[in-house]
Design a binder for this molecule. Structure first.
Ligand code: 3AM
Length: 177
C-alpha cells in the first residue's frame, strides 16, 4: 500500500521565512524543512495500480500558474492537541487547483473530499497541554507575511513512517501554466 497526498512545495525563500518563525519551545514539534508543504488533497492508502491511475490523472490537469503569499498563522485545535500553521492568500486559484486535484482523484474511483478546503502550511504539532506555547506562537507571528511567490507546479507525495518520523517522498511533479 502507498500512503499518498498531493501538495504544493513552497520555494526555499518562503521555507526560510517559515523556519524563522519556529523557536525552541519544547512542547511544539516543528515540521522539518524537507516536510514543509501545502496539502491540496489527502489521499491515504491505495494499492499500486490506483496510485498509478492517480499519477496519470493528475497529469491531465491544466491550470495557469499563480501566486500565493504568506498571510498570518493559525491553529487547528483537536481534543488531544493540535497543529499550528501558516495561512496563505489569496484563496481562489489554490482552491481551484485543489478542486481539480479532487476531481482527478474521483475520476480514479476515490471518494470526493467533503471537508472544506483550508489552505495552510503546517509548521508544528502539539499534544494536549501546550496552550501557553501555542498562544505565544500565535501572538508572535500574527503579522507573518511574505511577498508573493510563484506556484508553478504541484507534487504527488508518498508518506512513509520512519524511525525519525514521517518521510515525504515526491513521486511525481506536475507543471502548471
Ligand atoms: O497538510 P497537513 O500537515 O495539514 O495531517 C496530514 C497532513 O496535513 C494529513 O495529510 C497531510 C499530509 O500527510 N492527513 C494525514 N492523515 C489524514 C487523514 N486521515 C490526513 N488528512 C485527512 N485525513
Amino acid at each position: 500500500m502507498h500512503r499518498l497526498f498531493v501538495a504544493i512545495r513552497p520555494p526555499e525563500h518562503i521555507r526560510d521565512l517559515l523556519i524563522d518563525a519556529m523557536d525552541d519551545t519544547p512542547e511544539l514539534r516543528w515540521v522539518p524543512d524537507d516536510n514543509l508543504h501545502l496539502t491540496l488533497r489527502f489521499i491515504g492508502e491505495v494499492e499500486r495500480p490506483i496510485a498509478e491511475d492517480i499519477a496519470a490523472a493528475l497529469g491531465n490537469i491544466r491550470l495557469p500558474d499563480f501566486e500565493l503569499r504568506l498571510a498570518g498563522v493559525g491553529q487547528f485545535a483537536r481534543r488531544n492537541g493540535g497543529a499550528l500553521w501558516a495561512a496563505v492568500e489569496p484563496r481562489e486559484q489554490v482552491a481551484a487547483l485543489a478542486a481539480k486535484v479532487d476531481r482527478a482523484c474521483v475520476a480514479t474511483g476515490l471518494e470526493p473530499e467533503h471537508r472544506a478546503f483550508h489552505p495552510h502550511i503546517t509548521l508544528a504539532g502539539y499534544n494536549r497541554g501546550a496552550p501557553q506555547a501555542v498562544t505565544a506562537f500565535l501572538e508572535r507571528n500574527r503579522a507573518l507575511a511574505s511577498a508573493a511567490f510563484a506556484v508553478n507546479s504541484f507534487t504527488l507525495y508518498e508518506s512513509r513512517l520512519s524511525r525519525h518520523g514521517a518521510l515525504y517522498e515526491p513521486i511525481a511533479d506536475y507543471t502548471l501554466g
